[in-house]
Design a protein around this ligand. Structure first.
Ligand code: ADE
Length: 225
């Protein structure tokens, strides 16, 4: 998969060089590149923002650098993602769907957002998604994009060493994951549940399912509804 990110702060994406995603890049499972939006400006001050028509607080991102930046990365198979608190909520199902795409472009806005014509233009050239990481406001799309890229990329075959671990994690079956324990069996007066030491795989599976249900009902009843 090829992933491009366009931002005025491309350094935000350096974390993707670490750990499993860094390794995935080395193995060419992912080709990632961060682009500095300011390199697509054509004025002396490298301006990327301006005041909104109609008034209102803050500054908006100007369309011209975005047009040139998008033109430089878009292909016939691109999906353009605009991270935005006004977007559709990002879910595990979104990550799963996007993990099968050939090319993702993350267009990361700052300030009060991006001129709407940039989204309309992108839509005329590619599939476009406006996606929110959650119901809170970040200072820009970069942190949201990094989170989405990690959630998407780890589902690409070969990125996670043990693919089986993807089947049993939270949200893989619409439930939160059951509690897990490792050695020692007793620590600071707290014992690992007996069933996990029993060797009875059917009983262990049953216990884990019950725990997942109970935890989901308690913490995230909306997932069960
Ligand atoms: N940009 C600012 N806030 C955001 C959010 N909650 N999700 C995605 N992008 C954002």
């Amino acid at each position: 998969m090829r992933i491009d990110a366009i931002s005025i702060f491309p350094d935000f994406f350096q974390v993707l060089d670490i750990s499993l995603l860094g390794k995935a890049q080395e193995q060419s499972l992912i080709q990632f590149k961060a682009h500095d939006l300011r390199t697509f400006t054509e004025d002396k001050h490298r301006t990327v923002d301006d005041t909104p028509f109609g008034g209102g607080a803050g500054m908006l991102m100007k369309p011209e650098p975005w047009g040139l930046a998008l033109d430089s990365v878009l292909t016939e198979n691109s999906v353009v993602i605009f991270p935005s608190p006004a977007g559709v909520p990002f879910k595990q199902a979104t990550a799963r769907e996007l993990s099968s795409k050939e090319h993702l472009v993350f267009a990361c806005g700052r300030y009060e957002g991006i001129d709407q014509r940039v989204l309309d233009y992108a839509q005329s050239r590619a599939e476009v998604r406006e996606i929110s990481l959650g119901d809170y406001v970040l200072n820009g799309g970069e942190v949201a994009a990094v989170a989405m890229i990690e959630a998407i990329a780890r589902l690409i075959p070969g990125v996670i060493g043990n693919a089986l671990s993807l089947d049993e994690e939270s949200h893989s079956e619409g439930l939160l994951e059951y509690p897990s324990y490792t050695k020692p069996a007793s620590w600071r007066g707290m014992d690992v549940p007996d069933v996990l030491l029993s060797g009875n795989h059917a009983e262990i599976a049953k216990w884990r399912k019950e725990q997942a249900m109970e935890k989901t009902r308690r913490i995230r009843p909306d997932l069960i509804d």
